[in-house]
Design a protein around this ligand. Structure first.
Ligand SMILES: [Zn+2]
Ligand SMILES: [Zn+2]
Length: 141
């Protein structure tokens, strides 16, 4: 299946082929500040399945809780953050699930950083959730 992610102004479009390898919901404060919403939903695709079709991206790089950097790519025109790349996950690209504007998009398989979740926000009872991010940092060589 081919899906197209698009920024708010429409200049930047990303073509994603096949199904995402993983869909994850994150409540961390960084995602809250980045999105302006109370959580972020990331659709992780293999790098080879994602292609920027139109537009040019600006980038913002910051350290993450894993100890490795994450680079966020956003539209310089409208500011939408369309995708990101974690140094910790070199084969995967995280795409903002909301940018598909598709209510039938596959649901998240986990919620992370629920210790920073707003208290009034319920999660589906069958959704595995983690207080932080269960992924182990890669030890320094
Ligand atoms: Zn835009
Ligand atoms: Zn987060």
């Amino acid at each position: 299946m081919i899906r197209e992610a698009r920024c708010h102004c429409g200049k930047m479009t990303l073509r994603c082929s096949g199904e995402p390898s993983k869909v994850s919901l994150c409540h961390c404060f960084d995602c809250q500040r980045r999105t302006g919403s109370l959580f972020s939903v990331a659709a992780f695709y293999p790098r080879a399945s994602v292609e920027l079709r139109t537009g040019q991206a600006a980038a913002f790089r910051r350290p993450s809780a894993s100890g490795q950097d994450v680079t966020f790519h956003f539209c310089p025109e409208c500011g939408s953050n369309l995708w990101w790349e974690a140094d910790r996950l070199p084969d995967l690209v995280g795409v903002a699930a909301g940018s598909f504007a598709d209510p039938d998009f596959p649901r998240p398989e986990q919620a992370v950083w629920t210790e920073e979740k707003h208290h009034w926000l319920p999660l589906p009872a069958d959704l595995p959730s983690h207080a932080r991010n269960p992924v182990r940092p890669i030890p320094p060589e």
